[in-house]
Design a protein around this ligand. Structure first.
Ligand code: NAD
Ligand code: ZN
Ligand code: ZN
Length: 344
């Protein structure tokens, strides 16, 4: 089969031919219907040989959807041909967090060498994909896999962050979304669907600000030195109650600290390396900061339900598997509107 692989540190990924996967006992093979390209893929391909820990060659793609193609021995409750989405943050399945469905916070994965697809295990940018357990598949039902595949990360990750801050986002509150790209443009819709907050979106690109407005941001402003003042004015001097930073650079987390209202919650989701100091005289009283990772299996089911209800959707640009390297080039240049989705 064809697969998009990262083969050499610093070199662009290439489409190569690899053996079709076979399901071992307890495993499932899906025929991929769609695979999303995330900025995190971009990030791992920017790492030096010393920093890179994901193995080579690596079949990319941690957002995946497919139809069930083959069942390993002992797998039940799945039908051949059934349309499924891949729950990507694979864990051990039996630690306390995994038992709660929070495999994103598995406490054994690192020690056991369990890695998510596309981030250590072979990913979804291929014609077929090996799933280590049926636990990591969620039925898609009637949802269009191409339009929905990115809900597995670009939907799930913001959902997980936003859900934890819901108590902050009553009517009249303010939510700030920094970065209206793949995650951010879905995050805006989730906040619109689930809260009474006024949403202020920030980005460095006018096109992304236009997208932010289209998907429901009440205000969309350039992310620059003037942004903090504008947010103060828009909130009558109070600041924002919840801030979701989908960039995570030093400049954006610093901005988050400055615009945080008393008792605000800041979620640093982007992995651009910024860190935020919280302290008396540094931030407003009782500001809390978290750095969430992906989401739980039950939250993925909830995100898919929001899409089924028509409350959220992903803006996509589609590419064939042969065109997939181009999708990453465009993502790198900041030219993807919403999410790039590869349709093998
Ligand atoms: P993306 O490239 O689709 O979107 C990023 C957006 O941020 C773009 O619209 C870009 O114009 C904007 N941007 C860049 N610099 C900015 C700045 N200084 N101020 C405001 N906006 C700025 O990326 P994505 O796939 O949505 O991923 C977003 C981030 O989240 C990445 O760092 C990614 O690696 C990370 N991520 C984290 C998790 C997690 O679990 N924590 C999961 C998925 C992705
Ligand atoms: Zn991702
Ligand atoms: Zn576990």
């Amino acid at each position: 089969m064809k697969a998009l692989q990262y083969l050499e540190i610093g070199a662009p990924p290439r489409v190569v031919t690899v053996p079709d996967p076979e399901p071992g006992p307890g495993q499932v093979v899906i025929k991929v219907t769609a695979a999303g390209a995330c900025h995190s893929d971009e990030f791992i391909m920017s790492l030096s040989a010393e920093q890179y820990i994901y193995g080579l060659p690596l079949t990319l793609g941690h957002e995946g959807a497919g139809t069930v193609a083959a069942l390993g021995e002992g797998v039940e409750h799945l039908r051949i041909g059934e349309s499924v989405a891949v729950y990507g943050p694979w864990g051990c399945g039996h630690c306390h967090n995994c038992t709660e469905g929070k495999e994103n916070y598995c406490t054994n994965a690192a020690a056991l060498g369990i890695a998510p697809p596309g981030l250590g295990s072979p990913g979804a940018m291929a014609e077929y994909m090996l799933i280590d357990s049926p636990r990591h598949l969620v039925p898609l039902g009637d949802l269009d896999p191409v339009k929905s595949v990115s809900l597995t990360d670009a939907g799930l990750t913001p959902y997980h962050a936003i859900k934890r801050s819901l108590p902050k986002l009553g009517a009249g509150s303010t939510a700030v979304v920094i970065g209206a790209g793949g995650l951010g443009h879905v995050g805006i819709q989730i906040i619109r669907a689930m809260t009474g907050a006024n949403i202020i979106a920030l980005d460095v690109s006018e096109e992304k600000l236009a997208l932010a407005r289209e998907v429901g941001a009440h205000h969309a402003i350039l992310s620059n030195a003037a942004a903090a003042g504008t947010i103060r004015d828009l909130t009558h001097g109070l600041g924002a109650d919840a801030i979701f930073d989908f960039v995570g650079a030093q400049a954006t987390v610093d901005l988050a600290g400055v615009i945080a209202a008393v008792e605000a919650e800041i979620s640093i989701v982007g992995i651009a390396g910024g860190a935020l100091g919280v302290g008396i005289q540094t931030t407003a009283w009782d500001v809390a900061v978290r750095a969430p990772y992906w989401g739980s299996r039950s939250e993925l089911i909830e995100v898919l339900d929001l899409a089924r209800a028509g409350s959220i959707g992903v803006e996509i640009e589609t590419f064939s598997l042969d065109e997939a390297p181009r999708a990453y080039e465009l993502l790198h240049q900041g030219k993807i509107r919403g999410r790039a989705v590869v349709v093998p």
